[in-house]
Structure formats: structure tokens, C-alpha cells
Design a protein around this ligand. Sequence first.
Ligand code: GRF
Length: 219
Amino acid sequence: MLRVAVLASGRGSNLAALLQAEQRASWRVLGVYSDRPNCDALALARQAGRDAIGLRPRDFADRAGFDRALFQAIAPIQPDLIVCAGYMRIITAEALADLRTPMINIHPSLLPRHRGLDTHARALQAGDAEHGCSVHGVIAELDAGPVLAQARLAIAADDTPARLSERVLALEHQVLPACISEIASGRLRLSGNQAHYAGQPLRAPLQWQHGRLCLEPSA
Ligand code: GRF
């Protein structure tokens, strides 16, 4: 059983998807940690009887101090994997350098396109034909790190940022749990800036197709 810690800042729809999916999986969310003590994600974690801790950034002198306290709060559950699921705070390079636990993030774009915020509006403005979401390893650079898995959709002529965000979110709810299951099975391994799948370096992200994650034929 892979022990998972989740970091979240907001409404927690990805967390809800994880709590649903874990019932059929070989991993379990043991705790949820946040930079927003009143967020819905923490309320959901408490309802589900999980460790739920929120820390206020303003109670700390600096970012490094906040991150030290955050990772100290997570330590008791001894996670094998940390999952950022709508965690909206940048994690300091110092905290990441000290971390021995793999960490992944779900990002609403087809990385490396559209790092950062407002990805849906930016994909529309750019005239992209496709959009989607990516699960990637977390490194000190924002929304960088090896891309492990992606789910994509075709942008429709009448898509708005709101509509696109809704459609991508539905994919996020499928690809994130599926990616954690691949890690729990040992097929997908993440170590620092390197990802391996079935013992081979992962050359291209796994793709969500027909309800499962697949290796790209060219990989
Ligand atoms: C998701 O779109 C996630 O990709 C992004 O923030 C959003 C969080 O949504 N990083 P939720 O809190 O999981 O509902």
C-alpha cells in the first residue's frame, strides 16, 4: 500500500477524485496539507477522516520557514509519495532539495506549453488545436520536472476558458489517480529529474487513451 500525502489550496475536486479512486487502488491518501486553513479540500479530508493540517503563511517569517513547518507536519504519516492537487503555492528550492520523497503535481495544460496560471485562456488565445493536463515531477522550477502523463482534448470552436477548464478538469480527475496507480504498481518510477517506466527511461509522457494510461507508440 503506497502512502500518499496530498497538498491542496482550494476546492479540492482532484482530492475528491483521489478519495474515490483509492477505494479500488493499491494506494491511500493518509493526509492533506494546505496553505489555506479554511479551504474546502481540508474540510473534505476531515470528513473522510484523514490527517488534515492547514498552516497560515503569514505566521512564518519567510517561505523557507513555512515550507519547513509544512514538511514537518507531513512527516508523521511517512508518505511514499506527495501529490500536489491544486496546491497554489510555490515550494522553495531548499525544501525540495531536502526532500527524499517523490513529489508530483497536476497542471492544467499540455506541458511544456502554458506553465503558470490562466492556462485555458492562454491556450485559446494562442489558437491551440489541443489542450489538456499533465502530471509531472516537481522540481525547483515552476511547472517543470519530468512530465509523466498527459490527457488531451481537441479545442472546440465555441470553447470559452470556463468551458475548457471544466472539460480539462474532468480529465484531471482521471489521469491523476491513474498515474498514482502506475507509481504504486512500481511500473512508473520517479527519482529527481528522471522518470522510468517498466525499467526503461520514460522518453515521452504516458497518454490517457480509452480510459487508461498508455506508452506512446513512438516512445
Ligand atoms: C486544477 O485545475 C489543478 O490542475 C490546478 O488547480 C486546480 C485545482 O482544482 N493546479 P481542485 O482544487 O482540485 O478542484
